[in-house]
Design a protein around this ligand. Structure first.
Ligand code: PLP
Length: 382
């Protein structure tokens, strides 16, 4: 079965009691047991629920994974993953991960003796050096946020394997439609399903996927033991969203290419970051490992901080908001929003300037989106 078919049919068999084509929402906290100590699949919804299982089957099929475990959020998923580590362990990460990921490691789990070491420059030499310090994981996100740098997943997973290190990848920005890191040698892939997978900006959720049975067991245990479960209703909504993932991703990409092309030609734009542009430094790697370039575009405008703020507040269709991956277009200003906690000098070093703007390009009509950008830019210096 191909992606779009799996998205609609896997885990979505009509319900047996009444033949409902759409499986119901199992709004229950607990389940009747046949006998005391009955060890059936469902006993308490913190541990498991039929809606979790339906979504897990659906998502595992799309990521070509043997197993999936769904969680309350992307960061809930990461908490579940980190709970597999122990005091004294360290993780090596490539620069460019989501700010909340840094915060979870550095402000929470550092107090439990788990160290998170980021490598600012992912050269082969630096990675080899970092891997030889005996970390438990090599951890990265690709494309990165907000500069959309693409890392070579296969090469990195191979290097990690040589050192006996697990590779963990956040695949949120690509969605399983454009990139499948498990097929490239990664051990565990995870997503914030809040973004493209859910696709409608109306739920918070997460998922981790793997091929090893013992990881699945540990992740299910973490969900139950820590209380990282999603709600049955949210998982049902995510399942509904996933059915249109293929169509949505095609339109996100179509529109993102149009936006990136328009911005690249605009005189007020210094630089556009989009892996689909041949001018993007990671274009060749993106082409090798992704089947599409996604819906995220960043651009550095030749504008002052005040002008940039004015610009991003004046769009009619691009709503000023954090998050990404929904059907509606969003715009954000990394320097004052998602990356505000990073000192200004460090921000500048990594390329997050005051004129940098990130677009989550939605699935509206591309012409309307370009018109919105064009009108706002016309007015900016008047
Ligand atoms: N990973 C990425 C790439 C994200 O952008 C986010 C949130 O913005 C997360 C993980 C965290 O996900 P959640 O907000 O669902 O906890």
């Amino acid at each position: 079965m191909k992606f779009a078919t799996k998205a609609i049919h896997v885990g979505q068999e009509p319900e047996s009691a009444h033949g409902a084509v759409i499986p119901p929402i199992y709004m229950t906290s607990t389940y009747r047991q046949e006998a005391p100590g009955d060890d059936s699949e469902f006993s308490y919804t913190r541990a498991n629920n039929p809606n979790f299982v339906a979504l897990e089957k659906q998502l595992a099929s799309l990521e070509d994974a043997k197993h999936a475990t769904v969680f309350s959020s992307g960061l809930g998923t990461l908490t579940g993953l980190i709970s597999m580590l122990s005091q004294g362990d360290h993780v090596v990460a490539l620069d460019g991960v989501y700010g909340g990921t840094y915060r979870l490691f550095n402000s929470v789990f550092s107090r439990f003796g788990i160290e998170f070491i980021t490598i600012p420059n992912a050269s082969k030499e630096n990675i080899e050096k970092a891997l030889s310090t005996n970390p438990k994981w090599l951890f990265f996100e690709t494309p990165t946020n907000p500069l959309l740098e693409v890392f070579d997943i296969e090469e990195l997973a191979k290097a990690a394997k040589r050192h006996g290190v697990l590779t963990i990848v956040d695949n949120t920005f690509s969605s399983p439609y454009f990139q499948n890191p498990l097929k490239l040698g990664v051990d565990i892939v995870w997503h914030s399903t809040t973004k493209y997978i859910g696709g409608h900006s109306d739920i918070i959720g997460g998922v981790a996927m793997c091929n090893e049975d013992h990881f699945k067991k540990e992740l299910d245990f973490a969900r139950k033991a820590i209380g990282l479960n999603p709600s049955p209703f949210d998982t049902w909504l995510i399942t509904r969203g996933v059915k249109t993932l293929a169509l949505r991703m095609q339109q996100h990409e179509h529109n993102a290419i149009a936006v990136a092309d328009f911005l690249e030609k605009h005189p007020l734009v210094k630089r556009v970051y989009y892996p689909g542009l041949t001018s993007h430094p990671s274009h060749a790697i993106a082409k090798k490992q992704m089947s599409g370039f996604g819906g995220m575009v960043s651009a550095e405008f030749n504008l002052s901080l005040e002008e940039t703020k004015k610009l991003i507040s004046s769009f009619k269709l691009f709503t000023l908001a954090e998050s990404l991956g929904g059907v509606e277009s969003l715009v954000s200003h990394p320097a004052t929003m998602t990356h505000a906690a990073i000192p200004a000098i460090e921000r500048k070093r990594i390329g997050i300037t005051e004129g940098l703007v990130r677009f989550s390009v939605g699935i509206e009509d591309a012409e309307d989106l370009i018109h919105d950008l064009s009108e706002a830019l016309k007015n900016i210096r008047r």
